[in-house]
Ligand binder design. Sequence first.
Ligand code: TEU
Ligand code: CA
Length: 546
Amino acid sequence: MTEKKKQPWWKNAVVYQIYPKSFQDSNGDGIGDIRGIISRLDYLADLGIDAVWISPMYCSPQDDNGYDISDYQDIDPMFGTLSDMEELIAEAKKRNIRIIMDLVLNHTSDEHRWFLEAKKGKDNPYHDYYVWRDGVEGELPNDMKATFGGPAWEWVPELKQYYFHQFSVKQPDLNWENPKVRREIYDMILWWMDKGVGGFRLDVIDQIAKEPDKKITNNGPRLHEFLQEMSRETFQKGDLITVGEAWGANTENAKLYSNPNGSEFSMVFQFEHMVMDQQPGKEKWDLAPLPFVKMKQCMAKWQTELYGTGWNSLFLDNHDLPRIVSRWGDDGKYRKESAKMLATMLHGMQGTPYIYQGEELGMTNVRFDDISHYEDIETLNLYRERVEKGYRPEDVMESICAKSRDNARTPMQWNAEKNAGFTEGTPWIEVNPNYTEINAEAERRDPESVYSYYRTLTRLRKEYPVFIDGKFELLMEEDEQIFAYTRTTEESEMLVCVNFTGKPASCPLTGEWKGAQILIHNYNADVTEEMKPYEAFMLLRSRQGD
Ligand code: TEU
Ligand code: CA
């Protein structure tokens, strides 16, 4: 291969996300843990994974499953110990896998030592670590709402003050205006870097520079100043992959987050494509069909505008999102075909692909018939709020089945044995009953499984530089069924073409590609202009002589 340039290692990396509570239990308490992850590292190596992002395992009261941290420098006993963590880092390294920690820096738990101190009095040195406003009980500083329901302000009678929280009451927002807070955070990051972690995913990082008096939550005026300082003081001292989660990112500020000069992060993790199948201006629970042509334009915009000026994360699933095969594919008759189609559409693009645990098996949404089976704070609060407001419980349940975060949080399906091989005990959340059919053991045996397909995709990315450098061009823009694009370098051109629907479709492009190499194809058949339901392929041709 002649076209290989020196690139940062993470540009051809594939990242796997683990939701530790639901990945693998090692001691029968029904909760996934670090020793469980260690026991599955070979599985990840075999899949072709370069880095693993693990959702938070720090000490936490688990109000929001670890996104409420009470000690950044210790592991919650439920997940194991600090020495288990060190062993995980070392064992992963042996397999060329780097461990990405999830850093939640917008807020802590209300049980964090800083907050317990902060509550003791206005003159406590930690008081100014959080965001407070004087007031009178019952008269909120303003009408801002918290993401998980209710107001964003909580009254503390002893102080006659409100504290600000963008998420649950148990997740008070940190005050980034305070340089002491920033220093504490940087020292903590350096401490983890010293332990050999390979990178960080930064939770809701666009929300740290809030200005509640102006009702600003994301993209506050000082945001990029803070991020550049953090990067200078910490990340730039190592060779890390850093990923900024930013629901408020657009293609302009994404160039700051992921500036190729490394001044902030390696890449941005943004959601513009993930909020399209809901009613405009409403909440994610207000369901609407996916506007397919708009979605293609959105994807294309990110591809084109970040080319050479930034770097994007490629994902369709994570621990906050429903399962993509149930959402945009068909989790019935065409489950396998559509899971592979979605992966083809995504993995051909420029950026760093993320595979969320179970996505590589084509795991589906779960349908619990009663709210009592759900565990997620956002889901439970939503149910209560909407039913109180007079929504019909059946309608609320419909939204929950489609969009609840618990869809992604049911245990990883390892085999067809008890509890899908996840635990010997009682799982903290019920296993999706389809594990007897959809599980890693069966998938690994089958060369035509979704798993085997993902394995090919991770390999292709390593083999062909066009995946990293190729310039993107969207084809058949207005077509209501086909998602097709090319990626082009001086040496070669790749065509990625998928039928996004369960009906046959016609793709006149393929004619010009006669004789091209088939990199991957989700049907055992020739590539023709007639595409079968959810058919997908990638073709490659040399441009020598063009
Ligand atoms: O999520 C960011 C975030 O804004 C989500 O709460 C999102 O609004 C919601 O999931 C949509 O349903 C991050 C974490 O990924 C999430 O798990 C945490 O709950 C949240 O931050 C708070 O730390
Ligand atoms: Ca356990």
